[in-house]
Design a protein around this ligand. Structure first.
Ligand code: HEM
Length: 100
């Protein structure tokens, strides 16, 4: 189907045209409302377009942030999740956290 949502928020994303960007809230919202506008490298632009209200998009973005180690610790302090419940990094991440 599509790329994993796990640790997507706040991560580095490469688009099909080579553009690299950070998956901030604006990017996530655009990816949900206009999936064909910025297609992720290696994927076909098959994601359907959803008709969502701003509030619904904000809720989905907040959910994606909760799934990500990159954003939940700093920004979702009220819904703290143990940082130890991790699974392997997204394959598109640069390197595994071996050092240190
Ligand atoms: C509520 C439902 C959905 C949400 C919130 C959602 C969210 C997202 C987000 C945030 C991305 C960007 C991922 C990234 O940057 O790594 C993405 C990409 C993608 N999604 Fe979805 N998605 C949904 C449903 C679907 C469905 C139903 C399909 C397939 C039938 C799909 C297929 C894809 C594909 C192929 C991509 C990568 C290509 C692209 O960037 O458009 N998605 N989705």
């Amino acid at each position: 189907m599509g790329p994993t949502w796990k640790d997507l928020a706040g991560s580095k994303v490469t688009l099909g045209d080579g553009t690299k960007l950070t998956a901030d809230d604006d990017y996530l919202a655009r990816s949900i409302l206009d999936p064909k506008g910025q297609v992720v490298d290696g994927y076909a632009g098959i994601m359907p377009t959803y008709q969502l209200t701003d509030a619904q998009v904000a809720d989905v973005v907040a959910y994606l942030r909760q799934l990500s180690v990159h954003t939940r610790a700093d920004d979702l302090a009220t819904t703290t999740v143990p940082a130890t419940t991790t699974s392997p990094d997204r394959t598109s991440s640069t390197a595994p956290p071996t050092a240190g």
